[in-house]
Write a protein of this length. Structure first.
Length: 301
């Protein structure tokens, strides 16, 4: 198949645009979309220190490569990478992330569950099973990422979150009837490093292709503890539906954004955790943050 824009061989077909693209035109289209998302949200400004939350998987590796290309020449924006080692034997290898960063000349920092919390994810699973391990892990990883980022003077956190992730999240919240999550407004909270998602409007398969074209040695395996039955179902439903209605994932992500923008009044304020001092939403009767609650639960308090 020939590229819709030139005579070269196409490497990808975009159902939603009807275009066949060669490698060069695919890269151009991909990076234009990511840049547009950044511009539209004013995600990167002069003086920013941007940290990629680098797991070493395809999405975060791709976002590191893209941002390195975008920001590498700029003197007014700093780029770095942060990797959290949850402690999963045979899966999480922080060395892989280190090699990826160093290969691009991007400063890299790591932190581990073991050092920060005195417990690894392997031990959490051994104690509590896999049912809640994703939730625990997510809470602890976010809290640790945020703490390290603040110590490093990071002003923006870049995630490899893609269109499929975004659409799945919106649909999952709809299916759970979770109005609070759907309408929680985007806002800046003191001490909480804001997140940016340059690939928010780019389908997962194109992020994967971009990673394959540009990054060597990223991690192909998913987390061995990930269960996420609802997400797996939702992914299946969405993929099937999108085959017939190619704009669906994009529409869902835009819907999610519109809902969050319009409800400025919702939600209570933010305070700080009484124990660890990290920012947390103020809820009645709870003086400690989710991460501290999870740690209490794990330590059997
Ligand atoms: Zn072309
Ligand atoms: Zn806390």
């Amino acid at each position: 198949m020939q590229c819709s824009k030139c005579r070269r061989e196409a490497i990808v077909y975009q159902r939603y645009s009807g275009l066949h693209l060669c490698e060069q035109h695919f890269n151009r289209d991909f990076e234009a979309k990511a840049k547009r998302a950044i511009r539209e949200h004013h995600w990167i400004e002069s003086g920013d220190t941007v940290a990629v939350a680098l797991s070493g998987g395809k999405d975060s590796s791709a976002v590191l490569f893209f941002l390195h290309g975008l920001l590498g020449e700029r003197r007014d924006v700093r780029l770095m990478a942060i990797t959290v080692d949850e402690g999963i034997a045979g899966y999480r290898d922080p060395d892989r992330a280190r090699r990826l960063s160093e290969g691009m000349g991007v400063p890299w920092v790591t932190a581990s569950f073991r050092d920060a919390y005195g417990i690894t994810l392997d031990e959490i699973v051994a104690r509590k099973g896999t049912g809640l391990s994703c939730t625990y892990c997510g809470v602890l990883r976010r809290a640790l990422m945020n703490r390290v980022a603040r110590e490093e003077g990071v002003t923006k956190f870049a995630y490899g979150f893609n269109l499929d992730d975004g659409a799945q999240s919106v649909l999952m919240n709809v299916l759970r009837g979770d109005a609070a999550h759907l309408t929680r407004p985007v806002r800046e909270v003191e001490g909480l490093v804001p997140r940016i998602r340059p690939f928010l409007y780019i389908p997962e398969r194109e992020v994967a292709l971009y990673a394959f074209l540009h990054v060597e040695g990223f991690d192909l395996a998913g987390c061995p503890y990930a269960v996420g039955a609802l997400r797996r179902d939702v992914r299946g439903i969405l993929d099937e539906y999108t085959y017939r209605h190619p704009a669906t994932k994009y529409s869902l992500v835009r819907l999610g954004e519109a809902l969050r923008r319009t409800d400025a009044a919702a939600g209570s304020g933010f305070g700080v955790c009484e124990r660890c001092g990290e920012p947390m939403p103020v809820k009645e009767g709870k003086g400690i943050c989710r991460a501290c609650q999870v740690l209490d639960e794990l330590r059997g308090a």
